[in-house]
Design a protein around this ligand. Sequence first.
Ligand code: ATP
Ligand code: MG
Length: 644
Amino acid sequence: MTAVTDLDVFPPSPEFAATANAGPELAAAAEADRLGFWADQAARLHWHEPFTEVLDWTDAPVAKWFVGGKLNVAYNCVDRHVLDGHGDQVAIHWEGEPGDSRDLTYNDLLAEVSRAANYFTELGLEAGDRVAIYMPMIPEAIISMLACARLGLTHSVVFAGYSPTALRSRVDDAEARLIVTTDGQWRRGKSAPLKEAVDGALADGEHSVEHVLVVRRTGMDVPWTEKRDAWWDDTVAVASPEHEAQAFDSEHPLFILYTSGTTGKPKGIVHTTGGYLTQTSYTHHYVFDHKAGQDVYWCTADIGWVTGHSYIVYGPLSNRTTQVVYEGTPNSPNEHRHWEIVEKYGVTIYYTAPTLVRTFMKWGHAIPEAHNLSSIRLLGSVGEPINPEAWRWYRKHIGADKAPIVDTWWQTETGAIMMSPLPGVTATKPGAAMGPLPGISAKVVDDDGNDIALGETEAVGYLVLDQPWPAMLRGIWGDMDRYRETYWDRYADQGWYFAGDGAKVDEDDAFWVLGRVDDVMNVSGHRISTSEVESALVGHYGVAEAAVVGASDDTTGQGIVAFVILKESAHGGDADLVAELKAEVAREISPIAKPREIHIVPELPKTRSGKIMRRLLRDVAEGRELGDTSTLVDPKVFEAIRNS
Ligand code: ATP
Ligand code: MG
């Protein structure tokens, strides 16, 4: 299986290692005393009251971390930096889609978060109440999250591209008392209504929402309900900028966030305070080699996704980061936008998803080459396995062939990065998340929980986490049975967390995450991962993106069905190309992996976080009705797919 076990290795450069935050002592310390190690990491934060115990696992699978400790997340992300004399440092370089921009220092952030906290208090909200945040990527979204954290309100951020129905189901599930939103949002040069969607969501039946707070963003007209609705400008903006943060218990619920829905109905994942902030802070510092006051960091995720929570808001701000926050799409007004932003602010650390890297590849390397990207010193990837081809392109064309790439494996449920190379320490392999971070423990096992032998690259196993970790989910909101069933029943005897991802470990002990267990196909008794076949297809010069599913097949059990998007240059001669692609996969992997069907399509169905919805493609391949499409970017893609 050559596609994912390519053996080129990229050792850290001595120059990078010389100043890296991480060193080999980190893993040694964690190995010597895992809980002591986490206690040391917790000391990165300010505790109003110290904890008395690192971990209480007696009520497994619900953990308590840093028992008895009290802290305030907003104080840790904002106030303490101001008190330490860094109030004038820029926290956020905000870049609006239409070209407007705004810088917020830590002083500004403190004043804004305090104002919002004062107004939320005036509304009668109390610690433990839930607040829905349905906003585009503007500073007020981050301010609202921090104001909730400051008051012990549990936020539920709902991606601003979701429909009124998706918003309503999340608002109902969490029984939110307040929704914070905007009049509208900018998308590719046009304004789209958002407040109207909130009104649509609340139109029918009983609901929990008492207040709707509206930030003016596009200036468009909005429907209005007196008493319930208020403008941010008339309320938060005139509230007092002074507010004293109180401390909350380490296990106080910080937020609820719904998973992407790639494998089924979205789950409302619950995260708490002390452990979550410890691990996001720790991982942001070491995995991104972040240096406060020097680096300019940019994570391109949306706050509607866990990456936005952990690596735009909580991890970075707890570490006093100066970061770029961009409102729009990467091709507004044209495909140069990201690289213009990198040049404008001198971005040094850039963290994105493989889907975007492949999009950049499709647009061609002439685009990044037109810009000076020399400030970039580290690249990150998250969201799905990154194909070796895309990894190499990313390093070469964005990282000047020298920036280390951190391929970070984690989930909404894990709260923070679990596996990644440590820059300056780990030699990387294109496409591998390499291994668990110091303090984290993971294994790849078979159905019965036996270790998959190292180096048995033919064997695909299940990724499990065999020790609790600080940022772990504490449950599924309102459904603890589903929590146990989904993650813990599979390996109940061993007490391991079942991640739902297939993986393997190579002869150098490197972990390769191969995607969902559901995405491992069984063809004539051979287990083949969809990502391997996709990588082989994307390795062909004509293919921009590929999605592969296993469809039931009378003779082979499952047959491989591929959907591919071609690069501009490869259009025409589709029939020849299909034969060529089949041959390519047979050559690259094995004749068994040769797709039964290859469909050339204009688009692939993706979630809001950029993941391909293979379960829906499987429905298409097997001629079934589509399952839950509520988290799709554009449900209309199926017309185009069915017509091709
Ligand atoms: P749902 O659980 O509702 O199906 P989802 O799993 O897509 O949705 P997320 O929590 O956003 O929701 O995604 C986590 C998943 O993303 C992981 O389980 C894994 O499959 C994939 N993933 C994330 N990062 C990586 C990575 N670096 N390498 C491989 N896979 C990754
Ligand atoms: Mg998942």
